[in-house]
Design a protein around this ligand. Structure first.
Ligand code: FES
Length: 105
């Protein structure tokens, strides 16, 4: 898997998404429940940035219509979104957060 550096671990605040662009792909990096997750930053319902939404209980909520996506699987909890958002493997090395876009999990 090809990992690219996304940000520093120390930049991340719990439950506060950070939007980054990795190889032209917008990704939201989220520290939640002691882990770091990477989820595509675009809602599967419309072209809205998920990183502008709220995070709670390992879910990121789309601010426009309220579908929440599981940070572990990308699956929506309910309508109006019906399709999952891609999530990506994360690796931490020291204070560096790496994300692999090549294999969606
Ligand atoms: S744009 Fe995200 S739920 Fe509609």
């Amino acid at each position: 898997m090809n990992y690219v550096k996304a940000c520093a671990l120390s930049e991340l605040e719990e439950d506060t998404p950070k939007r980054v662009e990795l190889d032209g792909t917008p990704v939201s990096i989220v520290r939640a429940e002691g882990e770091v997750f990477a989820i595509n930053d675009i809602c599967s319902h419309a072209n809205v940035s998920l990183s502008e939404g709220e995070v709670e209980d390992c879910m990121i909520e789309c601010w426009l219509h309220g579908s929440a996506f599981d940070l572990r699987t990308g699956k929506p909890s309910g309508l109006p979104a019906t399709r999952p958002v891609p999530v990506y493997p994360v690796k931490i090395e020291g204070d560096d957060v790496f994300v692999s876009l090549t294999q969606e999990s």
